[in-house]
Design a protein around this ligand. Structure first.
Ligand SMILES: [Zn+2]
Length: 86
């Protein structure tokens, strides 16, 4: 009986820390904080991925290579799907 409720998160979240903050309007906001350079983003997986691959200056090169491959694979699937519809 040790079931943890988990939402399925994009793989980029592995490299971000989730942080709760409060917006100026008093609403709770979820932030993603890069584990490598501590840059924060509002919850948006596209931006997180782009950050890791293109913008992060502290990400170890080995991890960056792996993530770039993952990202490319994800996007080539989309391309193939798009082509199939034409
Ligand atoms: Zn970073």
């Amino acid at each position: 009986m040790n079931i943890v409720k988990r939402k399925l998160l994009h793989w980029s979240w592995q490299y971000f820390q989730r942080e709760n903050a409060t917006s100026s309007g008093g609403k709770p906001v979820l932030y993603a904080k890069c584990k490598f350079c501590h840059q924060t983003y509002a919850n948006n997986s596209d931006r997180l991925t782009t950050h890791l691959i293109n913008k992060c200056e502290k990400i170890p090169p080995g991890i960056k290579t792996v993530l770039t491959r993952k990202y490319t694979a994800e996007h080539s699937e989309h391309l193939t799907a798009n082509l199939a519809q034409v």
